[in-house]
Design a protein around this ligand. Sequence first.
Ligand code: NAD
Ligand code: LMR
Length: 336
Amino acid sequence: MLKQVTKQLATQSVRGFSTTKQNNFKVTVCGASGGIGQPLSLLLKNNPLVSNLALYDIVHTPGVAADLSHIDTQSTTEGHMGPEQLGKALKNADVVVIPAGVPRKPGMTRDDLFNVNAGIIRDIANEISKSCPKALVAIITNPVNTCVPIAAEILKKAGVYDPKRLFGVSTLDVVRARAFIGAALGVNPQQVDIPVIGGHSGVTILPIISQCQPAFKGDQATIEKLTVRIQEAGTEVVKAKAGAGSATLSMAYAGARFAGSLLKGLNGENGVVECSYVQSDITEASFFSTPLILGKNGLQENLGLPKLNDFEKKLLAAALPELKKNIQKGIEFANA
Ligand code: NAD
Ligand code: LMR
């Protein structure tokens, strides 16, 4: 037995794993029965760092949990339904991912979702402050630009806010930029590296194409068209779905990637970098997405603004007033 364990540890160290690593994290998905929630939960069920997957929604979680629990991966799956079970779903979670709330229909902006979704985020953040105040929290719910400041204010009021543990998920913007640029350059999108900074709506989404690796080859008109396509990609999906909601599958992929990166950071992996919308002093907007190094306590280091060319500086100038307005709206809501 001892021999077996020693052999196992030796193999782990050959693979570069430290024996202090955990591999047994609890992840809670709030809004787990929805268009994003279900495929996101499926992908998380397949993540070897997850030992307990807790699914929370106001409908259908017993069925979703029963279904996922038949998958032969190591994690256990629990379903929790209704506000009275939210505390149990969140209890001692290491990571909470939140796609709870209504999606857009054609003709709506993300800000039009505020009236319904702001209250949902307030209530979930309130319960997080009691049941898992140390969790890393990733908010997918729109409007992300406003929902993250709402959660921050609620956690502050409860005296448990740690800006290094609260994230707005803007990963889908990066995923899209990689997909579109990969197709344009004729390279594997997985090999494209591009920072997408700012916020997550229209002009606040800032793809920094000048810093793309491999370098993007195209004239200014092509770059401007590509920039607008990345900024408006959510609307492209909303229109194509024609009333049946917004991006769900690509968002589940992006959400699973971001949650996976949070878990890698928690697990002590080095060099985990993602762009995410966090409290920030990099610009005059108090929340802003830039590339971040993720670590054992969440945000380990903010890598700051990438180098911007003149076109990108103008994009940033156009984004800041909108972002500041979105943030202020969240702060006022939470403190009303
Ligand atoms: P959906 O309607 O398919 O699913 C939402 C789920 O939330 C439903 O199962 C619903 O029952 C649940 N829900 C509603 N109120 C709740 C509450 N109080 N507590 C827990 N769960 C609750 O919507 P969707 O397509 O999954 O989108 C969800 C959200 O994600 C929307 O706000 C959408 O705009 C946003 N979104 C964000 C991004 C991003 O890049 N950040 C991308 C796509 C969608
Ligand atoms: C997206 O970017 O796809 C999401 O924010 C959903 C939306 O409403 O566009």
